[in-house]
Design a protein around this ligand. Sequence first.
Ligand code: 5RP
Length: 228
Amino acid sequence: MLAPMPNQDAAKEEAGRQAATYVEDDMRVGLGTGSTVRWTITALGEMGLDIVCTATSVQTEVLAGSLGLHIVGPDELGALDIAIDGADEVDPQLNLTKGAGGAHTREKLVAEMAARFIVVVDESKLVPQLGPFGTPLEVLTFAPAVVANRVLALGAHEVVPRPGLSDNDNLLVDARFGPIADPAVLAAQLAAIPGIVEHGLFLADTVERVVIAGTDGVREIVRADLGP
Ligand code: 5RP
């Protein structure tokens, strides 16, 4: 578990609100899940823009609806102008670990529908290498032990089940691989295991920028090949 930073809640609010400034009238917007993007959603509710949104979890749908945002299912939109979401780990290339909230399957689908995917974090989420947080996996209820053994065979030293089910009625587990040398290789290996509905590794090629709030204010890192 990463150490919480002082004023972490204030940092989350700053990052979340700054990301909302990327949203404009007439956009189709993907809304992530978690305590940081909650502030983006709150800001969007306050801004009163003419936008249509899709939500990555029941929790986000309820929050956004309570703030007066217009929410529809992904199929009604087909594609998104922008998606904004939090993350549990961000490495220097902008690869992400996501899924602490168990919403990473819908989050990945929504992120990949979007022309622009913007990530909001406090600086405690920045890591030199993905892995310390664990890798969330959404797994079919059909054969979780079979799946866990395949994940252990890939090099995980532990696969820890979570209580309850995801919004998609699947199991959630956390696989602990230690530091992940090559997130793209592990992502491909996990994707190839039948019974894993989705893993929480989001590769940098989907990420436009990360908005980071810390003790010195808010800064942004844009993916290297997209320029400053
Ligand atoms: C949920 C996620 C969240 O985006 C991630 O856990 C970050 O949440 P928070 O902003 O509360 O730290 O992936 O599945």
